[in-house]
Design a protein around this ligand. Sequence first.
Ligand code: SAH
Ligand code: DHB
Ligand code: MG
Length: 216
Amino acid sequence: MSGLDQIDSYVRDLCIPADPVLDSFEQDVAAANMPAIQVPAELGKLLGMLVRIGGARRVLEIGTLGGYSAAWIARALPPDGRVVTLEKSTKHAAFARSFVDRAGVGEKVQILVGAALETLPSLFEREDPTFDMAFIDADKASYPAYLDWTLRLVRTGGVIVGDNVLRAGKVMVPGDDADLQGLAEFNRHAASSPLLDTLIIPNRGGQDGILVAVVK
Ligand code: SAH
Ligand code: DHB
Ligand code: MG
């Protein structure tokens, strides 16, 4: 274990209480032959804290995987709060359904199956199409498009969070990698947008980062 991993473990041991369901995710997702690319527990906790600080009731997530980050968010929501989470893989969505049910927050989580760029337009057909917070964590090449959509969907004063925005610094030299190019464009657009107040916060021992933006 490197020194930076030890710092993450130190924070986790001090600040993240044991939770039988959340703690089982990593093993269960690997056993299902799905990628274990969920947020680290301390980022799950931060997402929940952002929900509480902002008094969020409606949260949009792009990229469900097995429902780990959605469970952290849903646990922080009030009883009438909802997470709408978008996932293209039917297998991931089915795993997520059972995981959020097991985590005791199933009734707060709606999973929309399909490519996000195809399901996002349907959100405008809802009675109240606005969200208090969005968490972007799906395919990295589409992050610029997801930012455009979330700018339309998240209310003034709401928060947009993007995961994996530093990629060990590789976003600074994206070359011809479509994922890195998408992330670099997402960061540039969010940081320079007059509609947003933006910060990028390194995490994962400095190996990656999250972007947090408040809608002005
Ligand atoms: N937020 C999750 C991790 C998401 S991993 C967590 O922290 O627990 C990224 C997910 O995005 C994967 O499940 C992948 O299938 C999904 N995904 C990739 N491209 C997508 C797309 N175009 N539309 C919707 N989901 C997509
Ligand atoms: C990958 C995707 C993620 O959202 C993440 O948090 C880590 C890794 C990936 O596609 O490799
Ligand atoms: Mg991620």
